[in-house]
Design a protein around this ligand. Structure first.
Ligand SMILES: Nc1nc2c(ncn2[C@@H]2O[C@H](COP(=O)(O)OP(=O)(O)OP(=O)(O)O)[C@@H](O)[C@H]2O)c(=O)[nH]1
Ligand SMILES: [Mg+2]
Length: 511
């Protein structure tokens, strides 16, 4: 029987020797990490106390309590065994088992025990809730990749969360093959869900992309939001997009992502309204139905097309004037906007966050001898850029098209610089820009040892700068001039790596 808090029987079930099958309790879910308000009391035909199934139900259904009553050979009730979840892990234990008693004399006042327990959960949630009302999430990485790769990947997810206003409450890395149904093992899933309850987390975020089926399966187990890396990136874009074009592009990307996941009664998706994963820039309430979503996608696509055309026209005007263009590209947060700002005395947003810049910004940069160029800053790249975003932002990336020269910015202080350089190369290739002439710009050299900088400069044949310090720009400006205006045979003839000067300058500064 399932009893409510007032002791009334809400649901009665009959099982057999193997067990009972609980009905769908989703209607009883109360969200917000609370217990479900139902106590399961059932008989066990064998005197074994509580078994694994009992604990699983307790945890996954967030039952108030679970009790098993032994039955003797005469059919009379014997001992009763009871367990409830605990609000804080003691010795890795997720539940507490009460001392067995008899049905006839139970000392516990159950409503009181449950009320105390809920209060404790609530207190935990409050004290742990980030003061600024940010949402908390558990980050989960499941893969058979080497530990270091997994850790770097989770570190990036952590940064993405931070940039999106999500507080990572805990990180779980498990090395195993991804389970096609639940991503992780059932046991681990169970403990993760209880843990999220203890930590007051609202979401679990997987550091990979979930299939629609996985989202659905996981959502059947939990009230928590179940999100993946793509959704976190989309969410950041949704928060950043302020101008019309960006908002349309983000909404398009979000709907493209959601469409294959909107099935039948899509409870998994309707849970996304508001907060993480549910921030939409446009009119989209993410509960939208399939047919309307398709219509909206078509409409947004037309608008993106129109805006893209306008961009092309504007670019054409510039090209006709014969002013050379240079595009700054690179991984997100490497300092592209800072470089543009300091080169041209402008004020594009530069912050320590991923995807600070969404829409391309062009500025004029004057060189001596009446020469000038247009220099463009654009949205940052990231490994495994969601294809929905790639598609929706195609017109944005097209801004790179007319560039005679790319400045490929690397962050010298980034331990992942090599992998990220490779990701950028890959994306440039996908966009068809990999053959454009380019200068590799090693930025943030103020944060590194001279030796490290020299090593990287050599490896990438890079020009070194610190975007924060315009005094370090001379070699970069020279290299740009050489590439744009001098005889092509003329450049790159100096034996010295172009970065040497800047390193020397910086070292001198430090003195
Ligand atoms: N120490 C140091 N910090 C830098 C340098 N260049 C940029 N930064 C910092 O790095 C962070 C990111 O800079 P942004 O210019 O916003 O980077 P971005 O490449 O435009 O990033 P997105 O637009 O998010 O892709 C900011 O906090 C900058 O102040 C540098 O040369 N040295
Ligand atoms: Mg930027």
């Amino acid at each position: 029987m399932l009893l409510d808090r007032r002791g009334r029987v809400r649901i009665a079930m009959v099982g057999d020797a193997r067990g009972v099958f609980l009905p769908d309790l989703s209607a009883h879910r109360r969200g917000g990490n609370r217990l479900c308000g139902l106590r399961l009391v059932h008989t066990h035909l064998k005197p074994v106390g509580l078994d694994e199934d009992d604990f699983t139900d307790l945890a996954l259904l967030r039952l108030d309590m679970v009790s098993a009553i032994e039955v003797d050979s005469d059919g009379l009730p014997g001992k009763i065994h009871t367990a409830h979840l605990v609000a804080a892990n003691v010795d890795e234990r997720l539940w507490d088992v009460l001392p067995p008693g008899t049905v006839h004399e139970q000392s516990e006042d159950f409503p009181e025990v449950i009320a105390a327990l809920e209060e404790e959960f609530a207190r935990n949630r409050k004290s742990r809730k980030a003061g600024d009302g940010l949402e908390r999430a558990i980050l989960i990485h499941i893969s058979d990749k080497p530990r270091t790769v997994a850790e770097a990947s989770v570190a990036e997810l952590r940064e993405l969360c931070r940039s999106g206003g999500i507080v990572p409450a805990e990180e779980i890395i498990q090395r195993r093959r991804v389970d096609p149904k639940y991503v992780m093992g059932k046991g681990r899933l169970k403990s993760t869900l209880i843990r999220s309850m203890q930590l007051g987390a609202e979401a679990i975020i997987f550091d990979s992309n979930l299939t629609p089926a996985q989202v659905k399966n996981l959502a059947e187990y939990t009230d928590l939001k179940v999100l993946d890396r793509t959704q976190v990136i989309l969410d950041i874009f949704a928060q950043r997009a302020k101008e019309r074009e960006g908002r349309i592009q983000v909404e398009l990307a979000q709907l493209r992502y959601l469409l294959p996941r909107l099935s039948g009664k899509h409870t998994a998706m309707s849970r996304l309204t508001g907060g993480i994963g549910g921030r939409g820039p446009g009119e989209t309430k993410l509960e939208i139905d399939r047919r309307r979503a398709q219509q909206r996608v078509a409409q947004l696509q037309r608008e993106v097309g129109k805006l893209g055309k306008r961009r092309r026209l504007r670019r054409q005007v510039r090209t006709d004037k014969g002013i050379p263009t240079v595009s700054i590209v690179g991984y997100t947060n490497v300092g592209k906007s800072t470089l543009l700002n300091r080169l041209t005395q402008s004020t594009v947003t530069e912050v320590d966050a991923l995807f600070a810049t969404l829409n391309p910004v062009s500025r004029r940069l004057r060189f001596p001898k009446e020469r000038e160029i247009i220099i463009t800053d654009t949205v940052g790249f990231i490994r495994d850029l969601p294809k929905e975003l790639m598609e929706a932002f195609r017109t944005t990336f097209e801004e790179i098209e007319p560039a005679q020269l790319l400045l490929q910015v690397l962050d010298a202080s980034d331990p992942e610089v090599e992998e990220r350089h490779a990701s950028v190369q890959l994306l440039l290739k996908e966009l068809g820009f990999h053959l454009k002439p380019s200068i590799v710009v090693l930025n943030k050299i103020d944060l590194c040892e001279g030796d490290v900088v020299r090593g990287l400069a050599k490896r990438y044949n890079a020009v070194c700068v610190s975007a924060l310090n315009p005094d370090s720009f001379a070699p970069l400006l020279e290299a740009m001039e050489a590439r744009l205006w001098l005889d092509p045979d003329d450049d790159q003839t100096s034996g010295e790596a172009p970065g040497e000067d800047a390193v020397a300058a910086m070292e001198q500064d430090a003195v």
